[in-house]
Write a protein that binds this ligand. Sequence first.
Ligand code: UD1
Ligand code: MG
Length: 391
Amino acid sequence: VVTILPLLFLGDWRLLVPPLLSYVVTYTTIPFISEFLLKANMFGLDIGKRGTPTESKKIPEALGIVPGTTLILLLCLSLPLLITTHPSLLLPTLSSLFTILFMLFLGFTDDVLEWPWRVKLFLPAISSIPLICVYEGSTSVLCPVQLKGIFWREDGELTAFSDTISGLITAYPNSPTHLINIKYFYYIYMSLLSIFTTNSINIYAGINGLEVGQSIVIGGSILVHNVLSVGKGVNVEGSFFSLWFLSVFLGASLALCCYNWYPAKVFVGDTYCYFSGVIFAVVGIHGHFSKTLLLFLIPQVLNFLLSIPQLLKIVPCPRHRLPKYVVETGLMTVSRREDGGMNLTLINVALWVCGDMKEEHLTALLLVVQVAFSGVGFAIRYGGGSGLFFN
Ligand code: UD1
Ligand code: MG
C-alpha cells in the first residue's frame, strides 16, 4: 500500500514492476540466507525477551544484506534501460550505487566486527565523496527571514559584511527571493547528511520492527513528496530518480518487515540501518530535495539530540540502551543506566509518558508518532509552516 498507492497516481502500471519484483526476491531469499548466517554464527539474542523461553533463541543477524543486495542487483539490471531512456541519470546512478555498496559493506562489517564510534562516523563521510563529487544541483538556499539583516540592507543593497564574506557565501543585491549561495558549505552539509541519516536510524533501534518500520514510513513519505512533485511538474527528473530508487527500496523493506515484525524471526542488523540511511541521503541529494528530507526525519533528529549526552559520554552509555522487559508483567519498561538515570532515547521517553506496554504496541506507537511527524513535515513543506522562516 505504502509503495503502490502513491505510484498509481502517476498512471503507469509499469512503475509497479520494480517494487513488486524487489518484494518477491527479498521475501523468498531471506529464509535461505538466514540459514547461511546462522551457520556462520551471525546471530543475536533478543534482549527484549530476557527471562522468557525465547531468550536464548539464536536469531539470524544482518539480514539487511538481502534487501541491500536485491536493490543493487535490480538497479544494475535496469542500467541498460536507463541509458536509453534517461542517459543524464547514468552518472548520478553509478555514483549512488558506489556509495550504497560502500555503506552496505560498512554495515555488514559492523555486524561482524562491531566498529568503534569513530569508524562509524568516519566511513560514511568517505563513502559520500563519490555522491557529492557528481552533484550538479544548486548550492543556493533560501535565507531565513531572521538572518536577512546579515546580508541585505533595508534598501535591498548588500551589507558590508556580505561583501566581505562573498568568497564563501554569496548574496545578490535586490534579490526578491533572498537566495544565498553557500557553495562549499552545501557540500559539507551533504556529507554531514549521510553521516546523520545512517547513524540516526541505527541509534533509534532495539525493539522488533522499529528499524525497518521507521524506514518504511520515511521512504513512503518521500515517495508521496516525489509523486506530488511529478504531478505538479516540479523537479521531474530529480523526483523520477528518487522514485526509482525508493520504490525498489520500499518493496525490499516491506518484505524484510514481514520477518522482523514482533516476534522477530530475523534481525535487520547495522547492515540495514546504514543501507536505509544512505538510500535517503542518495535520493535527497541527487533528487534535489536534501533540505525537505530532514522534515521526514524529525523523530530521528529528536532521538539524536536526546542521545547527545550519552553519545559524548557526558553521562554513562551502556552497550545497549533498548527498553527493559519485565518478566512479571510481560511489558517493556524504561531502561536505566548504572547511575540510575534513564537511557536518553525517544523509545524510553515514549514509555515514560505512556507507561509500560507490550513490545509490539511500543513499535506500533513509535511508528504512529513517525507518521504524525511526517504530517508535520508535509505541513511545513506545503502548508504555511515555512512562512515562519522564509518569505
Ligand atoms: C544501537 C544502540 C543501542 C541499541 C542497539 C539495538 C546507541 C548508541 N546504540 O547500538 O543502544 O541497544 O542499537 O539495536 O543508541 N536487538 C534486540 N531486539 C531488536 C533489535 C536488536 O534485542 O529488535 C539486539 C540484539 O541482541 C541484536 C542487537 O540488538 O543482536 C543489535 O545491536 P547492534 O545493532 O549491534 O547495536 P548498535 O547499533 O551498536
Ligand atoms: Mg545497530
